[in-house]
Design a protein around this ligand. Structure first.
Ligand SMILES: Nc1ncnc2c1ncn2[C@@H]1O[C@H](COP(=O)(O)OP(=O)(O)OP(=O)(O)O)[C@@H](O)[C@H]1O
Length: 445
C-alpha cells in the first residue's frame, strides 16, 4: 500500500475540522470521504474499501468523556478488523489515549493539531501495512509466516542454505515445499547457477533415466539427437527432486549410484560426466512412511537427508493462516483491480473453520475466487466457497468404506496432486482421459 493509493474516511461533527483535514489530505492520497454523522459509518465502509479512518472522539455528548469515540471505534473494527483508526480529541487525556489504543486504535492525535503530525501519522500507518511479515531472504516469492513452526524453518534455512548439505523437505501437498527449496537455492552460493526441478514421482521407468541422465543420439528409437539430462543441466547449481517418495526401488538404486559416484552416464554413452550439484528432495510422505524398507532404501534416505525440514500442515499454523489470507487478499485485490478489499469477521470465521487439506495452495485458490466474486469492499462469508477438488483429510478417507466414495476420494487426490492436469491424472490412475471425464461427471466434480 502506498500513500497515493490510500483511501481515508474522516468522521467529525465539526465542519471546520472536516474541511481542514480534507484540504490537507486530498492531494496526497487517492480518496478522502468525510462525514459529520457517525451513523453513516457502516454504509460508507460498505461502499468503499477504506484503508484508514480518522475519527473524532467527542460527538455532541454532554460530557466529553470520549466514550462515544470508543463506541464508534469498536463499530468500525467490527466491520473491518484490519482497518487502521486514528482518533482525534480536543483533550489531552492520556488515560483515554491509552484506552483507545487498547481498544484497537492505531494512533491518537490531540486537537489542535499540526498538519505535519497528521501527515506523519497517516504515512507511518501506510508504511507499516506495506511491510508484509515474511522471510527476510532474497527470494522472488516471499515465504509468509510467523508461526513458531515457520520461524524454525526460517532460522534453519538461513543456516543451511549457504552450505552444500543435501536437504530433504517433508510436508503435505501445498504446504510450500517448492517455495522453501527455491529459497534455499536463492540464498546459497549457487544462486547464480541453475535451479532445476524434476517431479520424479511422475516419471515412468524409461523416462526416469532419459530425463535425469540424458541420452545420446540413437540410444533408442526416438533419440534423434543428443539430449542433456537434468543432472547435467543443474551442473554447478541445485537439483530439486520432487515427490521422491514415489519412485520404485530400481530407480532408487540408479539414483543412489549417481549420487555416490557424482557422475552420470547418459543412455547410449560409454562416457560418464562428472556432476557438481546440490541436491534437494521433497516428499509428502512422513519420514516414518518413507523409511519403510519395502518401498524405500534406507541408504538412499541417509544420502538425501543430511538436513531435513518439516513444513507443518496449514491447519496446524493458525497465525500463518491470518497472515497468508491478508497477503493473498491484497495480492488478488490488486491483480483484479478490486481496490483494497477487507475480510469481514464472518468471512474470517468461515475461513478458520476449514481444515484446508490442500494447504496453502488451496487457501490461495479459494481467496482468489473470493476476491473475483466479491461485490462489496468487505468480503462476505458467501464469497467464500471451498473447492470440491480438494481431497478430504486422510483420517476421513480411511473411515470411508463405500467403494464409490473411495474412488471419488482417490480421483480428488490424484487430480490435486497433478494440479488439475487431466492427462497426467488419468495416466496415474491407469484409465483413459475419457474414462476419467466420465467419472468426473458421475461424481459431479
Ligand atoms: N508460506 C507461504 N507463503 C506464501 N505462499 C506460499 C506459502 N506456502 C505455500 N505458498 C504458495 O502455495 C502454493 C503451493 O506451494 P508449493 O508448490 O511450494 O507447495 P508444495 O508443498 O511444493 O506442494 P506439492 O507437494 O503439491 O508440490 C504456491 O503457489 C506457493 O507460492
Amino acid at each position: 500500500m502506498h500513500l497515493q493509493n490510500t483511501k481515508i474516511l474522516i468522521i467529525d461533527d465539526d465542519e471546520d475540522v472536516l474541511t481542514a483535514l480534507r484540504l490537507l489530505l486530498k492531494s496526497k492520497v487517492k480518496e478522502v470521504v468525510v462525514s459529520k454523522n457517525p451513523n453513516r459509518i457502516q454504509n460508507l465502509m460498505e461502499a468503499t474499501a477504506f484503508d484508514l479512518v480518522i475519527l473524532d472522539m467527542n460527538f455532541n455528548s454532554l460530557v466529553n468523556t470520549g466514550n462515544e469515540g470508543i463506541f464508534w471505534l469498536n463499530r468500525i473494527k467490527e466491520i473491518n478488523p484490519e482497518i487502521d483508526v486514528i482518533l482525534i480529541t480536543a483533550y489531552g487525556d492520556i488515560d483515554l489515549a491509552i484506552r483507545s489504543l487498547k481498544e484497537g486504535a492505531s494512533d491518537f492525535i490531540i486537537k489542535p493539531w499540526q498538519n505535519e503530525k497528521i501527515l506523519n501519522a497517516v504515512q507511518a500507518l501506510v508504511e507499516k501495512k506495506k511491510k508484509q511479515p515474511k522471510l527476510n531472504l532474497n527470494s522472488e516469492n516471499p515465504i509468509i509466516g510467523d508461526s513458531p513452526a515457520m520461524e524454525n524453518v526460517f532460522v534453519k534455512l538461513k543456516k543451511v542454505a549457504p552450505t552444500d548439505a543435501n536437504i530433504l523437505i517433508l510436508g503435505e501437498n501445498g504446504t510450500g515445499k517448492d517455495l522453501v527449496a527455491r529459497a534455499i537455492h536463492d540464498n546459497s552460493l549457487r544462486k547464480n547457477k541453475p535451479f532445476v526441478k524434476v517431479d520424479v514421482g511422475a516419471l515412468t521407468e524409461t523416462l526416469f533415466e532419459s530425463e535425469l541422465f540424458g541420452y545420446k543420439k540413437g540410444a533408442f528409437t526416438d533419440a534423434r539427437a543428443d539430449r542433456k539430462g537434468r543432472f547435467e543441466s543443474a551442473h554447478g547449481g541445485t537439483l530439486f527432486l520432487d515427490e521422491i517418495g514415489n519412485i520404485p526401488l530400481r530407480q532408487q538404486a540408479r539414483l543412489l549410484t549417481v549420487l555416490q559416484n557424482r557422475q552420470v552416464t547418459p543412455l547410449g554413452s560409454n562416457e560418464s560426466i562428472p556432476i557438481d550439484i546440490r541436491l534437494i528432495c521433497a516428499t509428502n510422505l512422513s519420514i516414518a512412511d518413507l523409511a519403510d524398507e519395502n518401498t524405500f532404501r534406507k541408504d538412499l534416505i541417509y544420502r538425501i537427508n543430511t538436513i531435513d525440514f518439516t513444513i507443518p500442515a496449514l491447519r496446524e499454523r493458525e497465525s500463518d493462516l491470518n497472515l497468508l489470507a491478508n497477503y493473498f487478499v491484497d495480492f488478488y485485490s490488486q491483480k483484479y483491480s478490486k481496490g483494497s478489499l477487507s475480510m469481514s469477521p464472518e468471512f474470517l470465521k468461515k475461513l478458520k473453520g476449514h481444515p484446508f487439506p490442500g494447504n496453502v495452495r488451496e487457501l490461495q485458490y479459494v481467496l482468489e475466487r473470493a476476491v473475483i466474486m466479491a461485490e462489496k469492499a468487505s468480503l462476505a462469508a458467501d464469497d467464500l466457497t471451498f473447492s470440491a477438488i480438494e481431497k478430504p483429510l486422510k483420517a476421513d478417507v480411511q473411515k470411508e468404506t463405500n467403494l464409490d466414495a473411495i474412488e471419488r476420494n482417490t480421483i480428488y487426490a490424484v487430480i490435486e496432486k497433478n494440479n488439475g492436469n487431466i492427462t497426467k491424472s488419468a495416466k496415474e490412475l491407469g484409465i483413459t482421459r475419457a474414462a476419467l471425464y466420465r467419472r468426473l461427471n458421475k461424481y459431479e466434480l
